[in-house]
Write a new protein. Structure first.
Length: 462
């Protein structure tokens, strides 16, 4: 329960329910009628921003740093090793792909943004990802540099321990907030306008001063607003509106939660790769993250696996698309059956399971006929084809969907190479999609879920 109250004297309770589709905000208003619109506007802005933060985390494996509040660019200002240059800054609306209007409260100030940063924080590379952790609470693997160990044996609880900002939420102290958003209310004291100007004087209220702080040990405050008769410069004044997300909720909603890796030993050919901007940048050793378009290469090496693009003419350039947290195709965009395009994933050792997630792979009604897009998977071991499996889209909604194939059990063999190829839709038509994630697990594993499937089981296709 994230409770809020603004200077209007209207009580606002914001209940954040984190689901795969985003954050649902339920509002309850009492008090002075006619003042409710501004409370709803603040809650609406915070919901838009929180959804953008979740999407950013999905695509980048981390949260952004605050923006320099004195500038109007809306860009995050990041330092080295996960440090942020302006810990008491504002929401980096441009970095999140938002308009400035999305991040401004009804009183003309950009929402303040605090985030758990630093060497163990969420702003470092993959700092918000628990993908390599296990959901098996009996596991005892250590943290390695604040990350889950390479044996997939670190429990989520170990990764979560000691992380987070503190929020006094109407008398209940929360210690595991990933970030905090603050509107400084109708008085606006200490907040920054979209023109980069701080409203002065600073508040006399100790709680409002706490909400201006960027010090990691600060306890931020959400409580009922003071009466409208209390002056803005009175130490008893309070009209801030506060929202936050708990770490575990945010990470799991972003598809970055741990998985049940039990029975899956670490080793060659075993791993999980979200084809996000951050992961592609790291694999390519680029100075900047990729943008939508051709990557200018025909293959990318992710360590335990390399992925190559191809078509009927031979090798083809890999393309990137930033939507839905990131995905790859070849030549000019999506993988397309009409162009005989495909991706080949070569592992550095054998695996028993193959799972993947894709977006824009769906069903559609064309001239009254339901057309279902299809993907053919060809598995090879030591250069010899050992199995093929064709899977079909399972929904009309063009969002991320995932598939898992227990190759070892279904076909009695392991594999070290898999070709992912769109094939003609049934009954006819082009199949096109972006590959968003691929996962490989050892033979005998009880499951091999994708991050997408772990975050939202309704996206798992049979």
């Amino acid at each position: 329960m994230k409770r809020q109250r603004g200077a209007s004297g209207i009580f606002v309770a914001v209940v954040l329910v984190l689901v795969a589709a985003g954050i649902i905000v339920a509002l309850m208003f009492t008090g002075v009628s006619g003042k409710g619109d501004r409370g709803r506007q603040v809650a609406g802005s915070m919901t838009v921003v929180q959804t953008a933060l979740r999407v950013f985390a999905t695509g980048n494996g981390r949260l952004p740093c605050p923006a320099n509040p004195n500038l109007t660019t809306g860009l995050e200002s990041a330092g080295a090793a996960g440090a942020c240059n302006f810990p008491a800054g504002t929401i980096p609306w441009a970095t999140l792909g938002l308009r400035v209007d999305d991040a401004v409260d009804p009183w003309g100030e950009v929402l303040s943004y605090r985030v758990f940063a630093g060497s163990t924080g969420f702003t470092r590379t993959n700092g918000a990802s628990m993908v390599n952790c296990t959901t098996d609470n009996t596991a005892t693997g250590p943290l390695v540099g604040s990350n889950c160990d390479s044996a997939y044996n670190t429990p989520e609880a170990s990764w979560l321990a000691g992380k987070g900002l503190k929020v006094n939420d109407f008398g209940t102290v929360v210690t595991d907030a990933a970030y905090v958003l603050i509107s400084h209310g109708a008085s606006g004291l200490g907040g920054y306008t979209s023109a980069g100007q701080q409203k002065t004087p600073l508040p006399a209220s100790a709680d409002e001063l706490s909400n201006l702080s960027g010090v990691a040990t600060t306890t931020y405050v959400a409580k009922a607003a003071s009466a409208e008769t209390v002056a803005a410069d009175d130490p008893a004044h309070f009209d801030d509106i506060v929202a936050y997300a708990k770490i575990g909720d945010l990470v799991r909603a972003a598809g970055l939660g741990g998985r049940l890796w039990a029975g899956m030993p670490a080793g060659p050919g075993i791993g999980s790769t979200r084809l996000s901007a951050a992961n592609i940048q790291a694999a390519m050793g680029s100075a900047t993250p990729p943008v939508t378009g051709s990557l200018g290469v025909t293959s990318i090496d992710f360590g335990y696996a390399s992925i190559s693009g191809g078509n009927g003419s031979g090798a083809a350039a890999i393309t990137y698309n930033s939507n839905n947290g990131g995905g790859i195709g070849v030549t000019t965009g999506q993988l397309q059956s009409f162009n005989n395009e495909f991706l080949t994933i070569a592992l550095d050792g054998p695996a028993g399971w193959f799972s993947f997630a894709a977006f824009n792979l769906n069903e559609a009604v064309v001239f009254g006929v339901t057309r279902i897009e299809q993907v053919k998977l060809t598995f090879s071991l030591a250069g010899t084809t050992v199995a093929t499996k064709t899977v079909q889209a399972c929904n009309f909604s063009p969002k991320l969907y995932s598939f898992s194939i227990d190759v070892a059990t279904l076909f009695g063999t392991e594999f070290d190479t898999v070709e992912v190829r769109p094939v003609t839709a049934t009954p006819l038509g082009n199949t096109s999609f972006y590959l968003s994630e691929f996962d490989t697990c050892a033979s005998g594993s009880t499951s091999c879920p994708t991050g997408t499937g772990s975050a939202d089981p309704t996206t798992i296709c049979p």
